[in-house]
Design a protein around this ligand. Sequence first.
Ligand SMILES: C[S@@+](CC[C@H](N)C(=O)[O-])C[C@H]1O[C@@H](n2cnc3c(N)ncnc32)[C@H](O)[C@@H]1O
Length: 279
Amino acid sequence: MRQAILAKLRDWTGRWGVARRARLKLRDWIARSGPPRWEATRDDLAFRYLRGDGVEIGALYNPLRVPSAARVRYVDHAGLDELQKIYPEHDWVMAPDVIDEGERLGKFADESLDFVIANHMLEHVEDPIEALHNFLRVLRPGGILFLTLPDARHTFDGRRTRTTIEHLLRDHDEGPQVSRREHYEDIARIIDCVPEEQVAERADEIAADPARHHFHVWELETFLDLIFVLRLPVDVEAAQVTELEFAVILRKNPDKPSDTITAPWPARRSTSSPRHTPP
Ligand SMILES: C[S@@+](CC[C@H](N)C(=O)[O-])C[C@H]1O[C@@H](n2cnc3c(N)ncnc32)[C@H](O)[C@@H]1O
């Protein structure tokens, strides 16, 4: 009798073992059958890290999927009607709850949020150092900064020179107007490929366009260099390259020795582009 029961048990566990192995094989096949996909990576990171009250800056046509424990307010530099005019190529865009300049977040108090999401937004900002400082300013200790940026190797920026830390420090210290024209000419020359004699004219058109262009160009390594050189009060929780972009998850850690805590970056309000209306 005992032998029969044991045999039955072996039989069952064996069958379950086979079923389990098959299920894991299928899961591996689906999950690991190619390089990480950007949508799945964003989802995974969002579900792992986002909780509480936060903002997504520049969601536009592609708001991040977040877990039910995360309450998001949407921030953009313009209201819904204006966004629809600026980006007519999108049938639907997320209506912002708050209109604010994302790099300053002037409408948000210090340490008032559990997370800040900025997907494909930071490359449109003229002074990313100020933006990073303000993202961290509004986060509570332990809060999450969720960033994705286009990986220059896989976008139309591929042939542009990667932005250096020296360039960003200069934009920050002297004001972004010092390199604004250079960016427009870079886009005219390298992305739009206009002949040299038409670069100035095309740069004028880009400058007058209300859509915000890619001022800066990164790959994961060059972006992480910036984070480390700035000595931000953060722990790097995750850094992941996908086929289109890279994602970086930073957790605010005020206990970390940092330059921003002791030496706040100066406000840059007076040096912003004229079309950047103050909050
Ligand atoms: C390329 S779209 C990003 C769309 C989407 N988040 C994604 O992942 O593809 C850039 C968005 O950032 C917004 N944006 C750019 N600069 C901004 C700024 N300084 N302040 C607030 N929003 C900004 C734009 O209006 C737009 O909604």
